[in-house]
Ligand binder design. Structure first.
Ligand SMILES: [Zn+2]
Length: 452
């Protein structure tokens, strides 16, 4: 049993002082407020709950920063994708484990304690299936286990190169499954995470480009009550192609043809009309926003103000993992809205409210909904995922309560995190994950070979 004492902690009911948190078997057993620290308590200043990165493609961490050289023609998402395919085609299961392990170590150092891994690099380099079709899923599970992060594995169904069932192209050969093969992959993936504490599983139809309506209907039951995540309306070309194929925009098509509800998460949904936004918000499905990746890829800016005004739920994902951090994602989300609307504190939720706190609360709740975690936060029964901030950081000096969150997100960034407990295990201390060095060494060895 571990006993922690915090001078101040953000509980589901709000901020509280002198908070004692008792951890047993990886979960929070008790939370008591207004108590002095007792002998044997480990004392810290400020506690926040850990958040989820609800959308990650772990292998892409290996190519972070490698697609910043302009090509001959207009450089867009689609030229970035060519670099990504080249990288994906070279990786072995051991490379994926090495890259994912460092990524998850970095996520924990940055305040993410659960990851939704939208996993589509399934097969061997020539496109043939591994003897165990879940071999790559096992690499992801191994990385989660080593790092201590909680995993929601979202095996992706990917069958086509474009709308209307177009044949996939050769660069996609490691991603492709038939419906029957995907059912096999789901069974193997369930086995791969079976011994992992706090892991769960859903499905990820890749996009309306990669999945026909018949296939979408056939695979959805394989989620078996778990989350269903899909990329949608990330790029204008995708919206135009979807209109040409169906006469509907991608989000509009889903609203009319898929049973959207709280277990669904629409990743990006960037190019969405006000009408679509209002209807999407009503379904209870979560918007999976990836502000840094969307900026990196030149996708566009999600209509977040309108979505929140409609009562929509959102969480954030690190997606391409070009830069990893809770504070970085939330700052980019708000700054995108400021640039778009030429105003400040756009997503604060009202006069006198802290923008950082509002973003934090939405991200905690939306991430939990999108990854099917009914009990999160600093409350009995929840996984003991706790982030302690470093009050010695100059950008947190003299701050209390919501001002601490604002100081972290908008000023301190990555330097403000002191300790992180994942499932009750203190994996990060003084801002460093205990496996940072070996994880970096293994990652570097893989990536040096891959980029050679
Ligand atoms: Zn993605």
């Amino acid at each position: 049993m571990t006993r922690l004492h915090f001078a101040s902690a953000l509980l589901p009911s709000g901020w509280a002082n002198d908070v004692k948190v008792v951890i047993a078997a990886g979960a929070i057993a008790e939370v008591t407020t207004s108590v002095a620290p007792a002998a044997g308590d480990e004392c810290h200043e400020i506690a926040l709950p850990g958040l989820a990165s609800l959308h990650s493609h772990a292998f892409q961490r290996g190519m972070a920063g490698l697609a910043e050289l302009r090509g001959d023609s207009t450089d867009t998402f689609w030229t970035w994708r060519e670099t990504m395919y080249r990288f994906a085609l070279a990786m072995t299961p051991d490379d994926v484990a090495a890259v994912a392990t460092l990524l998850y170590v970095e996520m924990l150092e940055q305040g993410f304690t659960r990851v939704g891994e939208f996993h589509y690099l399934h097969h061997d380099r020539d496109g043939s299936h591994y003897a165990d079709i879940g071999e790559m899923a096992a690499s992801i599970a191994q990385a989660a286990e080593t790092s201590g992060i909680a995993l929601t594995l979202l095996p992706s169904f990917y069958a086509h190169g474009s709308f209307g069932g177009a044949a996939p192209h050769d660069g996609q050969r490691r991603f492709i499954c038939s419906v029957d093969q995907f059912a096999e992959l789901m069974s193997a993936s369930r086995k791969a995470i079976a011994s992992l504490p706090d892991a769960n599983i859903g499905i990820a139809p890749h996009s309306l480009r990669a999945v026909t309506p018949e296939e979408l209907a056939a695979i959805t039951p394989l989620a078996n009550g778990g989350p269903v995540h899909i990329h949608v309306a990330e790029q204008m070309k995708e919206v135009e192609d979807c209109l040409a194929w169906s006469g509907r925009r991608p989000v509009q098509w889903l609203l009319e043809h898929a049973p959207l509800h709280q277990r669904w998460c629409l990743i990006h949904a960037t190019h969405t009309t006000n009408e679509e936004i209002a209807a999407f918000a009503k379904t209870g499905a979560v918007a999976g926003l990836c502000p840094i990746t969307e900026a990196s890829l030149g996708d566009g800016i999600f209509p977040a103000r309108e979505f929140l005004d409609s009562g929509g739920a959102f969480g954030v994902g690190t997606d391409s993992n070009v830069l990893v951090g809770v504070a970085d994602e939330l700052r980019q989300l708000e700054y995108g809205q400021r640039l778009k609307h030429r105003q400040r504190n756009v997503l604060s939720g009202g006069a006198g409210r802290s923008t950082g706190r509002t973003l934090f609360d939405h991200t905690l709740a939306g991430g939990a909904r999108a990854l099917a975690q009914p009990n999160v936060g600093l409350t009995p029964g929840a996984r003991a995922d706790i982030v302690a901030l470093d009050t010695a950081h100059p950008s947190l000096a003299g701050r209390a309560r919501d001002a601490v969150i604002d100081g972290w997100i908008f000023a301190a960034g990555s330097g403000a995190i002191d300790c992180v407990w994942a499932g009750g295990d203190k994996v990060v201390e003084a801002g460093r994950h205990r496996l940072r060095q070996p994880a970096r060494a293994r990652f570097n060895a893989s990536v040096r070979r891959l980029v050679a």
